[in-house]
Design a protein around this ligand. Structure first.
Ligand SMILES: [Zn+2]
Length: 341
């Protein structure tokens, strides 16, 4: 084997290894920069990142309260610097419900202003109104039941930079994607991008609070940063290929749904299994095809001017409607009951 061929073969092995699941392990992705893949199947936990500055630690995503309680001792094993900031990449429970755990440990919660706006919209119970998503989640999660919503207090619009002369982390918002408040954490020197749920590495694209057309645009703007390492909020860490594949998935599913223009909802719904098969044949994106696909097809069909499916897709409102949760399709149970309540 020529040495260049051997090198390429080794490189392929390395990138394969980089994409392997390492749930529960602390991975150093650069000196002082860490990634931890949460156990979504068992606990509904998202991934964490943390960046060690000269005098403090900035954590990416607060997780559910149980995830926050799990990660803080793991962070403590890598540094004794205080956790001064926790960054919510968006408002969902598996990213923001652990805020109080971090706040109690002395951290300030930072987020795009859309995170607070979304909390005011959906967390009505915490803002003096009827029970909202928190109260719904508390029915199935003792960690949520035992805690309280702690909204972010340090908000940014487009960009907030943390800089101490040695290290720079930019929190960025490029527009709507998974939610209206998606934030990215970008390390320009190390070329590492923490993407929240705007870019995941596996079948985790819940689209109910997003807009897939804008989502693609937002990801293409993020792509211009030139990241070499992608730390997604669900699934393993990977190379820039993760972002390329995530964009390709949305483009492919949107192209398939576009072919259903003018169809009745029942005709569109009947086409879903064929779309699934088509996407599964595409090796680049097949890992994104999963339990949410019917709800993704329906959401995109609606975005493109179609009518909602009847009866509604089982996973469409799986996060927020008890009867629908009861009728959820087969899949990792904790993913539905924990991640998305
Ligand atoms: Zn998530």
């Amino acid at each position: 084997m020529k040495s260049s061929t051997l090198f390429l073969a080794l490189l392929a092995l390395v990138s394969f290894a980089a994409a392997a699941d390492k749930v529960g392990e602390v991975q150093q992705v650069a000196p002082g920069v860490y990634f931890h893949q949460g156990d979504i199947a068992k606990s509904g936990h998202c991934n964490h990142g943390w960046i060690v500055f000269k005098d403090y630690v900035l954590v990416v995503d607060a997780n559910f309260p149980s995830g926050a309680q799990e990660i803080i001792p793991k962070i403590r094993k890598t540094t004794d610097k205080p956790i001064k900031f926790v960054f919510d990449t968006h408002h969902h429970g598996d990213h923001a419900y652990g805020n109080k755990v971090f706040a109690d440990a002395g951290a300030t919660v930072v987020a795009h202003e859309g995170v607070l706006a979304s909390m005011k919209e959906h967390e009505t119970g915490a803002f003096g109104g009827k029970p909202g998503r928190w109260e719904f989640a508390a029915k199935g999660r003792p960690d949520v039941k035992a805690s309280k919503l702690h909204p972010p207090t340090l908000l940014f619009d487009k960009k907030k930079v943390f800089e101490d002369g040695q290290r720079s982390v930019e929190l960025l918002h490029f527009g709507m994607a998974h939610t209206k408040g998606d934030g990215f954490a970008w390390l320009p020197k190390e070329k590492i991008l923490f993407t929240g749920d705007a870019c995941v590495n596996g079948p985790f694209n819940y689209v109910g609070d997003g807009d897939t057309a804008q989502w693609v645009k937002t990801l293409e703007l993020a792509q211009k940063l030139g990241a070499e390492t992608i730390c997604p909020a669900h699934g393993p860490v990977g190379t820039k290929q993760v972002l390329i594949d995530q964009i390709a998935y949305f483009k492919a599913i949107r192209a398939e749904v576009a072919k259903l223009a003018g169809k009745k909802p029942e005709e569109a719904k009947a086409a879903a299994p064929a779309i699934r098969e088509t996407l599964l044949k595409n090796a680049q994106i097949q890992r994104y095809v999963g339990q949410f696909i019917d709800s993704q097809i329906e959401k995109i069909f609606i975005e493109m001017g179609g009518e909602p499916f009847t009866p509604k897709t089982a996973a469409r409102d799986v996060k927020f409607e008890l009867p629908v949760v009861a009728a959820r399709p087969a899949g990792p149970k904790a993913f539905f009951t924990a991640d998305f309540k």
